[in-house]
Structures are given as C-alpha cells and as structure tokens.
Unconditional design. Structure first.
Length: 140
C-alpha cells in the first residue's frame, strides 16, 4: 500500500490544517471543501486505505472522537441543530482520499445537504435471505 495521501501529510505536519482535536491515535481538522460550515474530518494517524485495513480499536476511536466533536459543534458558534456522520469506504461509496476518514457534518434547517437516493421496499423473505448471507460472512 502506498501510504501517501494529503491526510498523511497533514498528520505528519507537512501540510497545513485547521486542527480541532488531536491525540495519539486520531486527528480532527476542518474540511477545506465543507458541505456545511463547521464540517470536520477525523482521521487515524496510521495509514489505512479502507476499513478492512484499519485496526478496530482505532476505528472505534474515530467514532468516539466524532461523538465529542458533534457535541462541541452544537455548543460552539457553529450552533447546529443536528450532525451527520459519513464514512465512504471504496470508490463506489464515494471515497476520494484513500486514507480512512470520518466526516462530521453539522446540520441546520435548510442547509441544502442531504442524502439522495431511492429507498426500496423489499419483501421480508429477501431481507431474511440477505441477513443470513451477511451472518454467514461474519464467520462467528
């Protein structure tokens, strides 16, 4: 795996960022292409292109830090009414930078951001079939 990404440069201090939080495992900073004002990124300090490559403990830490940041966004001058977490894992999911990262996106009424899609209404039998397949893939 090529560990070079702009996020690796930010973690190493070779590229500028507006840091919000840092500890031994993760770094959080302002997104330079925010969906809404206050949009943050939380990245692991270790290079991991995908969730499959990320240590589960560090993955959990991303969400723990994200939870703290969400609370801070609500009480900061951002003053949002809600928060979305978004993590794209793979090209088809929309991942553009191949270093795992969690988006923490503050939400306010009418901000123009939202998920766009067409929900379906599958039959229970189809849901049960896929649930069994996924359970089997877990290998537990």
């Amino acid at each position: 795996m090529n560990p070079y990404t702009i996020f690796a440069d930010i973690v190493a201090g070779r590229a500028p960022s507006s840091k919000v939080y840092e500890d031994d495992d993760v770094l959080a900073f302002m997104d330079i292409r925010p969906m809404t004002p206050g949009h943050l990124l939380v990245v692991p300090k270790v290079a991991a292109r995908s969730l499959a490559e990320l240590d589960p403990e560090v993955g959990g830490k991303l969400f723990q830090v994200g939870q703290r940041l969400a609370a801070a966004l609500r009480t900061s001058e951002v003053g949002c009414d809600g928060v979305n977490f978004f993590l794209a894992d793979g090209v088809t999911a929309g991942q553009e930078v191949f270093h795992v990262h969690l988006h923490v996106i503050p939400r306010t009424p009418g901000d123009g951001f939202g998920l766009r899609g067409r929900p379906t209404s599958p039959r229970r039998e189809d849901l049960d079939y896929l649930a069994a397949s996924i359970r089997g893939a877990l290998g537990d």
